[in-house]
Design a protein around this ligand. Structure first.
Ligand code: CU
Length: 268
């Protein structure tokens, strides 16, 4: 009995200390109401499909599924493009920290009902079939509010790459290029989110550059197995790192802080 008493005292302490660490300075700290169990590590991302469009050549259309373990939550982070998020299963809490979002509740007919505006500061609970639209820059938190796994499917339109100012005007970054992330110039941008790289695969010519920018709330690295090839060191939110690749090859890299984060660079 004594051991279980100790556990009931210690476990909440562990959770509180964890929450304090997770909400260290530098974060957007408007989400104090959410439980402390929100480690982003419980969120897995699966890219279902992607493609570039000549209509919006600086954007990449991305369809992805996110699976939230029980208790999992994202850190507050700004959307890197417009997003439609639909709940596939489970119970999902969505909080706008900064900005606004539109909610459509599931409709039996398959046609969503009228959109309701969601304003910052209130968590809405979403059920399967419910969907949200929120625009680039909207700071938000997504978390699993149920007992089981929660799954969302999201169509997103993030920036495919930062086209460098010296890029040749008129060069089409999309037409005829086989892989996502091929830039009009020789620099390709990779956005680092909390526990993923976007795009996961980039291709540059020999002598090309890749710039990683941490758009997540957590610190991340971009690190090749051979650290002489690529080692960004820990990038805080908003920080960037650029590497030039002179040798052709395929370089797999990962995050030293979250080894499940993996990306690939092809130099050809
Ligand atoms: Cu990381």
């Amino acid at each position: 009995m004594r051991r279980s008493t100790i556990l009931t005292v210690i476990m909440p302490l562990v959770l509180v200390v964890g929450a304090l660490l997770v909400n260290a300075p530098g974060r957007i700290g408007a989400e104090q109401g959410t439980p402390a169990t929100g480690a982003p590590t419980g969120v897995t991302v699966e890219v279902l499909g992607r493609g570039g469009s000549a209509v919006v050549p600086d954007r990449e259309l991305l369809l992805r599924r996110r699976t939230f373990a029980p208790g999992a939550s994202t850190a507050p982070n700004p959307a890197d493009g417009p997003v439609v998020l639909a709940v596939e299963s489970g119970s999902v809490g969505f909080t706008v920290v900064e900005g606004a979002a539109q909610l459509t509740r599931a409709a039996a007919t398959g046609t969503p009902g009228p959109a309701e505006a969601i304003v910052a500061g209130t968590e809405v609970i979403l059920a399967p079939g419910d969907a949200l639209f929120y625009d680039e820059g909207v700071v938000h938190v997504v978390r699993n509010t149920g007992d089981g796994v929660a799954v969302t499917v999201e169509a997103r339109l993030p920036r495919a790459e930062e086209v460098p100012p010296e890029a040749t005007p008129g060069a089409s970054p999309i037409a005829g290029t086989p892989a996502a992330g091929v830039a009009g110039g020789d620099t390709v941008a990779v956005n680092i989110g909390d526990n993923f790289y976007e795009p996961e695969l980039v291709t540059v010519p020999v002598g090309g550059r890749v710039t990683w920018t941490n758009g997540g709330a957590e610190p991340h690295t971009a690190t090749a197995r051979d650290r002489d090839v690529l080692q960004s060191g820990a990038l805080k939110q908003g920080e960037s790192f650029t590497e030039t690749f002179e040798q052709p090859g395929t370089y797999e890299y990962f995050c030293e802080l979250h080894p499940n984060m993996k990306g690939t660079g092809v130099v050809q």
